[in-house]
Design a binder for this molecule. Sequence first.
Ligand code: B12
Length: 208
Amino acid sequence: MKEDLAQALVDFNKNVVLGEITRRLKDRQEPIELISELQDGMARIGQKFETGDFFLSELLMSADLFSKAMQILEPRLQDTAMDTIGTIVVGTPKGDIHDIGKNIFVTVAKGAGFEIHDLGVDVPVQDFVESVEAIKPQILGFSALLTPSFEPMKETVDLLIKKGLREDLKIIVGGGVTTGTVKRYLGADGQTTDVMDGIKQCKKLIGI
Ligand code: B12
């Protein structure tokens, strides 16, 4: 019988989460499908945090368990690595330290053949711009999980335009709190809350 992975994450049931992942990988389920189920669990945890049923300690516990699950899933995602198809600079903007989703995007994008320059979390506007200037990627990716992240992303895009670095660059924004409205506010070329959709958009943005 299949266990409800998302619910097991909400219940912080480490044995069920890790055991179920190991079992389903053995049964040849795609790792990306398992990540999607875990992401649903995280969304439920976020809702409980919003309604005051969960506190910061629960967010930390879920992040820790998600990271443990990713230690099992990550090597399976890298299996498909091939020749480089494009270059992406990615980071989480200033003030934001969420990195679970960004790290998943980095792993899957590498597996899809992208060369990734991961600037990490809490990245200042200047660092994004200097990296674009030095690396000359085709795509700049933001990973944003906090509403206050919108301003530093907007400042980054504005500075890129001012320096004449925007024309040859595609910009995509990902992360649970982002929407089409955020995309339009930033003047970005893509937006997603799903890693596979993000990869598809990145390929399309560079004409693959
Ligand atoms: C885990 C978590 C934490 C952990 C983060 C640990 C870590 N190492 O990342 C900890 C406990 C540290 C944390 C802290 C805080 N958090 Co928090 N957190 C979450 C939670 C529950 C899950 C986030 C997550 O990892 N989701 C799972 C991943 C897999 O999903 P994802 O990030 O969306 O990524 C997927 C896609 O979006 C995409 N993707 C992601 N990035 C990118 C980038 C590109 C380029 C592309 C193409 C795709 C892509 O791929 C991923 C896979 O599909 C969310 C709830 C939620 N609904 O998201 C709240 C949430 C984001 N947190 C929130 C808050 C308020 C906070 C705190 C301010 C709490 C506090 N009072 O201190 C702090 C802020 C700390 C800071 N300065 O950043 C709010 C944000 C509200 C808002 N609108 O601003 C949320 C939404 C909870 C809520 N509902 O209130 N948090």
